[in-house]
Design a protein around this ligand. Structure first.
Ligand code: C2E
Ligand code: CA
Ligand code: CA
Ligand code: CA
Length: 276
């Protein structure tokens, strides 16, 4: 450091350096993760809040690295975005999820997370079109989850890509609603099928925080008036299930109903007859 004074920054440098080095190594490993077969998808059940019936699964990316072991998506997805790896990885996710969902009964949907960066490229429309054609999955059984941040930079082309995806017949969900950008104008301009209420609101409301309860109520009312469903995320207990159901959420997802499952377990669950 050029800090000739007290040298107070010196103590931090080795740590910063180690972090940068770890990121560099992680990024290098991520570059070859796809071709080395280190990525796979886990499938978390989404159920109807009223009946408890399975309506679909959310596909969640997992990375088991030869060098680093299991790396959390919270860590490697942002890295993939920065390293411009999210497009090829995201395309693989779409193809893999569609191929798997084509083996489930017709009422079971698959939801796939899409990064804002993927929507900057019209090539993503081709990826989705080809995945549907190759697997034979009807478009309405594919749900794409996007976050509000997509609308932060208007005129970037993402909205046009979303329109083209809607034209294919796929559904859009608004993920992590309420955690980001706060303009609501885009809700009336882009046709979403559902809004996903972030786990942070569900948790806070379950603890009795009145603001969180008020927000969930308002989101449910807003979604209803726009003809959209609402999915409560991160429901971990029966009490939370009861609460979000009473608040009018139409779908629920969380550890209480099932953790993200290995592909074979999800397939077995999808094909199980519902006992009444
Ligand atoms: P997300 O889309 O909000 O996904 C929900 C996250 O909450 C998942 O974490 C899931 O495992 C976790 N979760 C579900 N139910 C519960 C619960 O009851 N309690 C708690 N504590 N957590 C619960 P995960 O799998 O670690 O994924 C983290 C994030 O990484 C996702 O958040 C999503 O933003 C991103 N992600 C995952 N897969 C993909 C992908 O294929 N593409 C992109 N672009 N992003 C992905
Ligand atoms: Ca999601
Ligand atoms: Ca979410
Ligand atoms: Ca989230």
């Amino acid at each position: 450091s050029k800090d000739a004074g007290g040298g107070v920054f010196h103590a931090y440098e080795p740590k910063l350096h180690a972090e940068a080095e770890e990121r560099r190594l992680l990024e290098m490993a991520l570059r070859t993760a796809l071709e080395r077969g280190e990525l796979h998808l886990a499938y978390q059940p989404v159920v109807d809040a009223g009946t408890g019936q399975l309506t679909g699964f959310e596909a969640l990316l997992r990375w088991h690295s030869a060098e680093f072991g299991n790396v959390s998506p919270a860590k490697f997805i942002p890295l993939a975005e920065e390293a411009r790896l999210i497009a090829p990885i995201g395309a693989w996710v779409v193809r893999t999820a569609c191929a798997e969902a084509a083996r489930w009964p017709g009422h079971v949907r698959v939801a796939v997370n899409v990064s804002p960066d993927q929507l900057q490229d019209a090539g993503f429309v081709t990826t989705v079109t080809q995945a549907l054609a190759t697997t034979g999955l009807p478009a309405e059984r594919l749900e794409l989850e996007v976050t509000e941040s997509v609308f932060m930079h208007e005129g970037t082309g993402a909205v046009r890509v979303l329109e083209r995806l809607l034209d294919l017949g796929v559904r859009l969900s608004l993920d992590d609603f309420g955690t980001g950008y706060s303009s609501l104008g885009y809700l009336s301009r882009t046709r979403f099928s559902s809004i996903k209420i972030d786990r942070s609101f569900v948790q806070a409301a379950a603890k009795g925080e009145r603001e969180a309860l008020a927000i969930i109520r308002a989101v449910v009312a807003l979604a209803r008036s726009l003809g959209m469903a609402t999915t409560a995320e991160g429901v971990e207990t029966q009490a939370e299930h009861r609460m979000v159901e009473e608040l009018g959420c139409t779908k629920v997802q969380g550890y209480f109903f099932g953790r993200p499952l290995p592909v074979e377990e999800a397939r077995a669950l999808a094909n199980r007859r519902i006992a009444h």
